[in-house]
Design a protein around this ligand. Structure first.
Ligand code: NAD
Length: 316
């Protein structure tokens, strides 16, 4: 080979290495919720064995009222994960016509059962049942969903003996494990529900996170402009692919909590799941992003197991 040919070859090789590095740099990091959840569950398995060695078998009771198919799937996978970790698992499936008084009696019995450390009544209950009353009836020491007013207060007070709602706790874990620095970051949370949006904002602003937080909601003005401020954008709305590419600051981290079922004739089932973020157009702008499915979803159950272990530890 002539000297000039070798030089040209070296130049081409270097150029191709440079462009592939550039391509890698421009690619977002896909935050793998399944893998992180598996790690959390592995930690749970180890702690379960340690508690059992001390004579404490963690126990979780999951109560489903009615026959909502999506709720039945959630309750089934929660009970299965419990059993897989070696928990004492109670699954109560009550008919849709169960009265509020009957449900409150079930909750009272579970409150009194020493083998049960965590109680979860699957949301949403049938319309004739007042969910708030049921949440308040659960012993706050067993409220592993973290919805009881006493646990909401503990979250605001940053009291670690309280239970943090599982989905936002899962989002924080994803940020932490992915090495995303929240200190001083501008965080925008879209959604102000008690299940996701508000606790998410509280966790981000807490002293161990130190983000500057904006909570946006259905009445916020110029939502795209608010979102463009975000270094960390959390979408918890329930509107398929609402967050578009031009809502996202280049290099932002995007956590998509939304789970929306949309029609897709190309699928055998006729539908597919999608998040609140238009993933295909948003991902190339981000530093990191969670996919749907496989992002936040798997974290919720993992954090529920962690909360149940916390309850078992605290109740003994
Ligand atoms: P929600 O309906 O209780 O709250 C939605 C929030 O979005 C409200 O606060 C509302 O103000 C806001 N909102 C609605 N439309 C808006 C708009 N056009 N612009 C700005 N804000 C708007 O819902 P949620 O329980 O908080 O759940 C939100 C999403 O997260 C849903 O898709 C739900 O399925 C999903 N979710 C996922 C998990 C999980 O495990 N990954 C857990 C809980 C909820």
């Amino acid at each position: 080979m002539l000297m000039t040919d070798r030089r040209i070859l070296n130049f081409v090789l270097k150029l191709s290495d440079f462009t592939s590095r550039l391509r890698r740099m421009n690619q977002p990091r896909i935050i793998d919720g399944k893998a992180v959840a598996a790690t959390v569950l592995e930690e749970c398995r180890i702690e379960t064995a340690a508690l059992k060695a001390k004579g404490i078998t963690p126990g979780l009771a999951v109560v489903l009222v009615g026959n909502d198919p999506a709720s039945a799937v959630y309750v089934g996978s929660k009970a299965r994960t419990c059993a897989d970790l070696g928990f004492h698992s109670v699954k109560l499936e009550l008919p849709a016509e169960t009265t509020q008084a009957e449900l409150l009696k079930v909750v009272a019995d579970l409150n009194a059962d020493p083998a049960v450390h965590g109680i979860l009544v699957q949301s949403p209950p049938p319309k004739h049942i007042d969910e708030e009353t049921v949440i308040r009836a659960i012993d706050p020491r067993k409220d592993v969903d973290g919805f009881h007013p006493k646990n909401v207060a503990k979250l605001v007070l940053e009291d670690p003996t309280g239970f943090v709602p599982c989905t936002p706790a899962g989002c924080m874990k994803l940020l932490e494990i992915s090495g995303i620095d929240t200190n001083g970051a501008e965080a925008v949370v879209i959604g102000r529900s008690m299940i996701v949006g508000k606790p998410m904002a509280m966790l981000l602003v807490a002293k161990n996170s130190n983000a500057t937080v904006t909570i946006a909601h259905s009445r916020s003005k110029d939502l795209p402009a608010i979102c463009r401020r975000a270094d960390i954008l959390i979408a918890a709305v329930g509107r398929p692919e609402m967050v578009k590419a031009d809502w996202v600051k280049p290099g932002a981290v995007v956590i998509d909590v939304g789970i929306n079922r949309i029609a897709d004739p190309s699928k055998k089932s006729g539908h597919r799941l999608t998040g609140d973020v238009a993933y295909d157009e948003v991902a190339p702008r981000c530093a990191a992003i969670t996919p749907v499915p496989g992002g936040v979803g798997p974290m919720t159950i993992a954090m529920l197991m962690k909360n149940t272990l916390q309850a078992a530890r605290q109740l003994g």
